[in-house]
Design a protein around this ligand. Structure first.
Ligand SMILES: [Mn+2]
Length: 346
């Protein structure tokens, strides 16, 4: 088996090779991208362009207003399923590695000359030769930092800049819950220190944008959700759910709710929390899972076509009604808790 470093080296060699004659690379952040996926995609794309590649960041949708603080969002292209897929030398899935996670853009992975990934999600499929997937990394931005670092050393020229610093910090801060979750590594902290030493980034403003900034509608839906929260199995399982009507009444979307699942996990005695959100297009139920380490959230999500990490994962149950989804998943959660023998490795 090749080590992660070997795969990183090979990926860097391919990028350098493409840079020498204007090779074309497309970056594919996962669907419903978060700051980690988009921050990693844009920063890697910027660096590859700076060294001679032609690059495109191809997203499934426009960035949500909540991410408008991020630099270089105007460089993103939004996928148009009506257009034929242009040919690229290399297609990279970012913050994901499975075709399903990039949805309709999967054709770029299958039709490009080379394909790869940079990701830190738990692997459930066979990895390709250029799949740089490190589940122990705190964020994909941590892995992109390593790649840019290596490229700087190799080319002996500066490649980090202030925009890239903000993008990488945003991904890292989001995925580590402001350097508070158990996935926070000394490496992530050292990288953040390096970026803050080298560039004048307003860290307080970045934290505010990522974690504190909210809207009246979000505060109201939070009240609605938490006041209807249900404790199951003596509070070891906590369940909250949002119907389409609830979202409409407060003028918010399902994407505005993701952090609430993590907040619920802080309740005394909670071992696993579920947030169920009714979705429209296509109809189904989005499930966010947060675990305190007793059960493997990713394992549960993967079984239903989703994915994630040990303590944070999610999936969408297409065609399910809210009550059906809750019944099915709670049954699985009870089983998983019964089978659990205590703390899993994080
Ligand atoms: Mn991530």
């Amino acid at each position: 088996m090749r080590s992660k470093q070997d795969i990183r080296r090979r990926l860097i060699e391919v990028v350098l090779d493409l840079a020498s004659d204007g090779g074309r690379i497309v970056f594919l952040p996962h669907e419903r991208f978060d700051p980690d996926a988009i921050g990693a995609s844009i920063s890697f794309s910027e660096v590859c362009r700076a060294i001679g590649c032609e690059t495109t960041v191809l997203a499934d949708a426009e960035p949500p207003a909540s991410m408008s603080y991020l630099p270089l969002l105007d460089t993103i292209h939004v996928h148009d399923p009506g257009l034929t897929c242009p040919s690229f030398d290399l297609a990279l899935a970012i913050d994901c590695h499975e075709e399903e996670r990039v949805g309709a853009r999967a054709e770029y992975l299958t039709q490009s000359r080379l394909r790869g990934a940079v990701d830190h999600h738990i692997t459930s499929t066979d990895l390709g030769r250029l799949d740089y997937v490190v589940p122990s990394a705190s964020s994909t931005c941590e892995l992109i930092f390593n790649i840019i670092w290596d490229l700087e050393l190799h080319l002996a020229k500066p490649l980090f800049n202030k925009d890239i610093a903000i993008l990488l910090l945003a991904g890292s801060i989001t995925d580590t819950g402001r350097f508070a979750y158990s996935n926070t590594t000394p490496v992530a902290l050292r990288q953040a220190a390096f970026l803050l030493e080298r560039f004048d980034v307003d860290l307080a403003a970045l934290h505010h944008e990522i974690f504190d900034r909210t809207t009246v509608g979000r505060l109201q839906i939070k009240g609605d959700l938490f006041s209807s929260l249900v404790a199951v199995e003596e509070g070891r399982i906590l369940v909250a759910s949002a119907t389409r009507d609830m979202l409409e009444r407060r003028g918010v979307t399902g994407n505005d709710l993701t952090n609430f699942a993590s907040e619920m996990r802080a309740a005394d005695g909670a071992e696993v929390t579920f947030l169920f959100v009714e979705t429209d297009d296509p109809p189904g139920v989005r499930v966010n899972i947060r675990s305190n380490g007793c059960i493997d959230a990713a394992k549960l999500a993967i079984r239903f076509g989703g994915g994630g990490h040990l303590r944070a994962a999610g999936m969408t149950l297409y065609g399910f009604a809210l009550d059906e989804a809750k019944e099915l998943i709670l049954q699985e959660a009870r089983k998983a808790l019964d089978d659990s023998t205590g703390e899993l490795d994080s």
